[in-house]
Design a protein around this ligand. Structure first.
Ligand code: AHG
Ligand code: MN
Ligand code: MN
Length: 330
């Protein structure tokens, strides 16, 4: 039998490869792992504890906030407050920066505590997404501007998907490590320490109900996906969960392309650069895939505000390169 390696052990082993490491990033990742276990437990009993349904307030985007969104937000913020390593959190559920007690902490954490909220009430996959940056100067007063860094400066990122099982993937820029939660042990167990995305996949993923709001180039690309051609494994299959973390997780394992485009309905796309697109782009690039807004690499976008949106096309290298041929036609 293969030795079981837990998330905690794996993080420590990775840290030991760097003799000068302070262990703070390791601690931060372990804190997120703990919050993920608590959220997973709550997600699995959501129906029985009356936690389902709207909380009643709206979040910064004017969307109804569900109870689990707030529960996940609180759990993650409280986990990150434990060790004075994180100075501020930027969350989908909070308009401004959230200052943590350890203001001297050197890490800035962005997060989407609960991704895919519309799936909660129908027992379909949901997720959590996080993205970690290092402060420029620990002695400076905390400000929003300091948090506006391009995704290339992420020091770590990851996601959790609460699906048929709960999985956690993270990267610190040295490959993608994937874990599955064993509920009986209460531990995330290592699946794979260097996940690679297939170079090509025959799955496309988009909200095709919005087809009439799309640009002509994108419409043509989706028609290309649907054409019959055995050599390129077309027609592709269409899969769309409505939870970016889960859709990108499937794309990581099976290949293909996930798209949330700009459209006449969403002129800048709908997905958030800092806590949805950047972290998932970091994961997919580390696995050998690509992520673009159509014109530039997602991780090179210079953010102007904490909650800004971007169009995104993300997935297998060959699928994204093919997609770009249609995009430049415009
Ligand atoms: P959230 O639940 O954090 O608001 O995110 C939902 C996002 C994303 O995960 C998903 O891909 C997309 O919204 C679904 O949007 P549509 O309902 O427009 O397809
Ligand atoms: Mn989301
Ligand atoms: Mn969310």
């Amino acid at each position: 039998m293969k030795d079981l390696i837990t998330l905690e052990e794996y993080i420590i082993q990775a840290q030991n490869k760097f003799p000068g490491a302070t262990g703070e990033l390791s601690q931060l990742l372990r804190d997120i792992g703990l919050a993920a276990k608590i959220i997973s437990r709550e997600v699995n009993k959501a129906g029985i504890t009356n936690i389902l349904g709207y909380e009643g307030s709206e979040n910064v985007h004017g969307e109804n906030v569900k109870k689990l969104d707030l529960f996940a937000n609180e759990q993650l913020i409280s986990a990150l407050s434990r060790s004075n390593i994180t100075c501020m959190v930027i969350s989908e559920e909070n308009e401004g920066i959230v200052r943590l007690s350890g203001e001297a902490g050197k890490y800035i954490v962005y997060m989407d505590p609960l991704d895919g909220s519309s799936n909660i009430d129908v027992s379909v996959s949901i997720g959590s997404i996080f993205s970690i940056y290092m402060r420029d100067d620990n002695n400076k007063k905390l400000s929003e501007e300091e948090a506006l860094k391009p995704g290339t400066e992420q020091v770590a990122a990851g996601y959790v998907v609460y699906g048929s099982s709960t999985v956690l993937a993270y990267t610190t820029g040295m490959g993608v490590h994937l874990f599955t939660l064993d509920p009986s042990l209460g531990e995330f167990i290592l699946n794979d320490s260097d996940v690679k995305i297939p170079e090509y996949g025959n799955i496309y993923s988009a909200d095709e109900g919005s087809y009439n709001f799309w640009d002509p180039g994108l419409k043509k690309y989706v028609k290309y996906c649907q054409e019959i051609d055995a050599d390129t494994q077309r027609p592709y299959k269409a899969r769309y969960i409505g939870c970016m973390a889960a859709d990108v997780h499937r794309t990581l394992l099976q290949g293909g392309i996930f798209m949330y485009p700009d459209s006449t309905k969403y002129p800048n796309g709908k997905l958030r650069l800092m806590y949805e697109c950047n972290p998932l782009s970091f994961i997919i690039e580390q696995a050998g895939g690509l992520a673009t807004d159509g014109n530039q690499r997602i991780m090179e976008i210079q953010p102007a505000s904490l909650h800004e949106c971007t169009p995104i096309y993300i997935g297998s290298k060959n699928n994204i390169e093919k997609f770009k041929e249609f995009f430049v036609e415009e």
